[in-house]
Design a protein around this ligand. Sequence first.
Ligand SMILES: [Zn+2]
Length: 167
Amino acid sequence: MHWFDPLEKMELRGWYGNGLTWAPERSPFLPYTIYRTKKKHQGLDLYAPVGTNTYACIEGEVYLKRSTDIYGNQIGIKGKYKEKTYYFFYAHLKDSALFNLGDFVKMGEKIGYTGKTGYENDPDRHAHLHFEVRNTSSFTGGRLNPVQTIPEIGKNLNINPEESDQP
Ligand SMILES: [Zn+2]
């Protein structure tokens, strides 16, 4: 095995906006600005109620652990997928990461819980895991399309979730 999904259930986040519009088409990696007003969307938004387990997708080292206004609590894991080094980035986590900077994590190990940190004014139904695949540890740049880079994600991800599955 060379990959473990960051969440048990991999499906695109559906709800957006204060009026709660169902729009899962906004959740993939979008290299150009289509739906988002200010910028492109450089990761995947995965549906996850607050407190959902999140797992190390790869064996590696915690290269990033921090908190910012936009991404909230974040964890980054540096590791190899099919001989190539990548940086996997998890955002909006609960404030209870189970690992620290420099720690070694095993693939499939629980690293923490999803939260709603960062965009704190968003409604509860916006809770999700923002997940990125990068080719650099730099905080900006190097974002890759997760679905194209890691075929397992493309295979396991439900891109047409049902509204009733995301209460
Ligand atoms: Zn996102």
